[in-house]
Design a protein around this ligand. Structure first.
Ligand SMILES: [Zn+2]
Length: 547
């Protein structure tokens, strides 16, 4: 009897699966390159002036996205509104003095821009370091899962901390140690500033090097030179260091030599163990003058309400903002952002349409989230993560995209941040059904996982996936894609040339939409929570939410 029931039940399940497969196939058909093209041309048109937050381009962008969400049949996801206000503050910092470093015997002066940069996220007219005691703190990392604490034997309260960029896994040749060459979050500058603040430091400077940072000193200087945008904080960031910055490596060498320390040797030792920190017996002095402007930008969010698990949430995301109007290049000053991030917005809206094309709503609620101010430092998604509309411990996963290249179908599915969560396994199963393979991001040492909006979710514990075809064209192979990508980076990346072009082939973005629609459909119809894998830097944060 029991057996008969189970056979009947399994037949029923097979039938359900086949029906489900047929339904998914049918729903996928609504994902259309023509529709994507329409979205991209509109959002990337000159009328939108490069979609800069706070500009006329913002109003046009959020109006258009709301109109699309409504047409697709999404409900407002923030009460009765499609918008979430994101109060931001734009801070202009002026470093008015050199960074003077004094020891008992020496005085070294670092010049702004050539030798160091400094900034502060606090809305205070003047921020001053006055003979602040300096402490070297290795990589500035506290990572229990690697039994690593650079601050263990140091007193840095009210002092100025100097740390190395990246993490000790780089060039270690050990994949299990801080994930080898792939950067962990501990390697990112944002983490180092956060950790120094947790330790109570007054200021923090990172010693730059090209490889460790993933970009040259010029990038550090250029980004320090423009006004910085932060989510507005109720505490005016008083919990943060009052000053954050970078020191050029050659100047750092000189500084350490002046206290009889060979920096090269110190870096070598700091890679091996976490107790290389010491009081430097030097002091740092400089000052910053801050001016600021507050303004409110907006995240756009629509939803499909779930059924029996409606109070659990899957988030898709793609930022709507871009750089606005800037320096003229080849007679054009509008930074249209058709690929960054028009293609991903089109990808997300087509996934929403596929969900709506299913006969029934998913079990869990699905949110389609277009955050603002990604380009200035993940500010819209960062604001959301700190002010979530839905509980973070009921937010089961995030699937984000950014910079989806319109160069045709790929055999690979490149996963940025591969190996961090179960989502990779789910993705691999679905990718295989499309005849595709998973490719861990070949440039994982640059820390790209920490540089788009999925990271705002990961940082607060939500497993987050950043994946798309990128490297291996179905017919023309890897060399072709690499040549296309290089062309695009040189001519279009963060340039006025990032515009829609007639020769584009959107079938790759279409295929990625189908793929991540299926991945999302499975998550939205499961009652299992995707998990961070052992060794992931976000696992402890997530586990705490379920204690
Ligand atoms: Zn982007």
């Amino acid at each position: 009897m029991l057996k008969q029931i189970s056979i009947a039940l399994s037949l029923l399940l097979v039938a359900a699966c086949t029906n489900n497969e047929q339904a998914l196939k049918k729903a996928e058909l609504v994902i259309s390159t023509d529709q994507m093209k329409e979205y991209i041309i509109e959002l990337g048109s000159d009328a939108y002036q490069g979609r800069k937050p706070f500009s006329k381009g913002e109003q046009l962008s959020i109006d258009y996205l709301q109109k699309c969400f409504k047409e697709i049949g999404l409900e407002p996801a923030n009460g009765n509104s499609y918008l979430q206000r994101a109060p931001l503050v734009m801070i202009n910092g002026e470093v008015s003095k050199p960074l003077n470093i004094t020891s008992a015997t020496n005085n070294i002066s670092l010049n702004y821009s050539n030798d160091f940069v400094a900034f502060s996220r606090q809305m205070k007219p003047k921020l001053e370091l006055k003979a602040s005691e300096m402490v070297f703190a290795g990589y500035g990392i506290v990572a229990p899962e690697y039994n690593w604490n650079d601050y263990a034997n140091l007193d840095v309260k009210g002092k100025t901390v100097v740390v190395l960029v990246n993490d000790p896994g780089l060039d270690s040749g050990r994949d299990a140690f801080f994930t080898g060459n792939a950067m962990t979050y501990y390697g990112r500058w944002t983490y180092k500033y956060e950790e120094a603040a947790r330790q109570g430091a007054e200021a923090v400077f990172i010693i730059h090097d090209d490889k460790g940072a993933g970009y040259p000193w010029s990038v550090v200087v250029n980004s320090a030179a423009v006004a910085k945008v932060y989510p507005e904080s109720e505490t005016n960031y008083s919990e943060r260091c009052q000053m954050e910055g970078w020191i050029h490596q050659s100047k750092a060498k000189e500084l350490f030599a002046s206290i009889n320390i060979d920096l090269e040797q110190l870096i070598k030792e700091s890679k091996q163990n976490s107790n290389t920190g010491f009081a430097m017996h030097t002091t740092a002095s400089t000052s910053i003058t801050n001016t600021w402007k507050k303004d409110v930008s907006h995240n756009v969010m629509g939803m499909i309400r779930g059924t029996d698990l409606a109070d659990e949430y899957l988030f898709y995301s793609a930022h709507w903002d871009h750089l606005g109007i800037g320096k003229t290049i080849d007679g054009d000053s509008i930074y249209n952002g058709a690929v960054d991030n028009g293609t991903s917005l089109a990808w997300m809206m087509e996934i929403a349409r596929a969900f709506k094309a299913m006969h029934e709503a998913p079990r869990r609620s699905v949110i389609f989230f277009a955050p603002t101010a990604e380009e200035s430092g993940l500010n819209g998604s960062g604001y959301y993560a700190n002010h979530p509309v839905y509980p973070i411990n009921k937010t089961v996963a995030n699937i984000n995209n950014d910079l989806m290249l319109p160069f045709g179908q790929c055999k690979d599915v490149m996963v940025t941040g591969y190996g961090k969560s179960d989502l990779d396994d789910l993705l691999a199963e679905e990718a295989q059904k499309q005849g595709r393979y998973i490719l861990p991001d070949p440039n994982a040492h640059t820390g790209m996982y920490y540089r788009s909006d999925h990271f705002s979710f990961a940082r607060v514990g939500v497993p987050a996936l950043f994946a798309r075809g990128n490297n291996d064209h179905r017919e023309k192979g890897k060399a072709h894609m690499s040549e296309r990508e290089q062309y695009w980076i040189n001519n279009c990346y963060h340039k006025p040339g990032d515009e829609y072009e007639d020769w584009w082939d959107l079938t790759g973005v279409q295929e990625d939409a189908k793929l991540l629609f299926r991945v999302g459909w499975r998550i939205a119809n499961s009652d299992v929570y995707p998990q961070w894998k052992e060794g992931s830097e976000f696992k402890a944060i997530r586990d705490k939410q379920f204690e």
